[in-house]
Design a binder for this molecule. Structure first.
Ligand code: BT5
Length: 251
């Protein structure tokens, strides 16, 4: 509770020793006013996108979800929320740990080519539940997949979770407030530029796997005003939404 700033966006912060999924827990409270934060020391059914799993040993990282309800922002622009969380998380991490982080569209934080954190945004009622899983103190043999990394392995100056969480909440609040005041216009509030600067996907050749559609290959040229990745391929420019993409890989 000491992490909450009075009068700020975050109005309740709960810490659970163990739960299934912090995103699932907050989805059940989607009709309450925004600004709930839920942290779990251990998650036994952590969710990724498309029925995938997020797994991490107890107390080895940060598993946090928050509720946001930007009601006056057109829903089409809510696609920027996971990207906003990525920008916020990347800057909180680099500020507190000195670790250089890049974003992989739509929702991964990478150190080099390895995944440090993942973000999951889910619609629930009139809210969005934004979940972030960040690997903090995992040793090599504890990594759930070989493509993962942790702050410890990346040589972080500090692996204290509280200051990272505090920085993360502050950064999300700051970007969210700016974006919301701009009516969700990511260009106008500087979010689009911040995202593009931190994004390792834009400017690269990519292979985008889509469910029940042929794989799309082309150059990632930017992000549109709904947070979709623009891919210039043989058939012209295509916009792909985060919810539709199975995998984005370097081509
Ligand atoms: C994500 O999905 O990366 C979103 C992860 C969001 C997790 C947070 S934790 C708090 C909140 N509560 C939840 O229940 N979820 C959120 P996706 O892009 O689908 O990536 C999932 C894939 O990442 C898996 O299939 C694995 O290959 C890999 N993976 C699983 N655990 C990992 C870890 N700890 N570190 C790195 N990669 C991991």
């Amino acid at each position: 509770r000491a992490l909450l700033v009075p009068g700020g966006l975050w109005r309740e912060l709960d810490v659970l020793p163990e739960t299934g999924s912090t995103n699932a827990d907050l989805a059940n409270r989607a009709d309450e006013a925004e600004g709930l934060v839920l942290v779990a020391e251990s998650q036994v059914a952590g969710r990724g996108r498309l029925d995938r799993r997020w797994t991490a040993p107890p107390r080895s990282g940060l598993a946090v979800s928050m509720t946001l309800a930007p009601n006056e922002v057109p829903v089409a622009r809510w696609g920027w929320l996971p990207l906003l969380a990525g920008v916020a998380a990347a800057s909180a991490v680099s500020r507190f740990t000195g670790v250089e982080v890049r974003l992989k569209w739509p929702n991964d934080l990478l150190v080099g080519e390895r995944k440090l954190a993942g973000i999951l945004a889910e619609r629930a009622g009139s809210s969005v539940v934004l979940g972030i899983g960040l690997n903090v103190s995992l040793h090599e043999e504890e990594l759930p997949v070989p493509t993962a990394t942790s702050l410890l392995l990346a040589g972080a100056e500090s692996t204290d979770r509280d200051p990272i969480l505090r920085a993360l909440l502050r950064e999300v609040e700051e970007w969210y407030t700016r974006w919301r005041l701009a009516g969700g216009d990511a260009q106008a509030c500087g979010l689009a530029t911040a995202y593009t600067d931190a994004c390792a996907t834009i400017g690269r050749r990519v292979r985008v796997e889509l469910p029940a559609k042929p794989t799309l290959e082309g150059t990632a040229t930017g992000i549109d005003d709904e947070g979709r990745l623009l891919v210039a391929g043989p058939e012209g420019q295509v916009a792909v939404g985060a919810g539709d993409v199975v995998h984005v890989r370097p081509a």
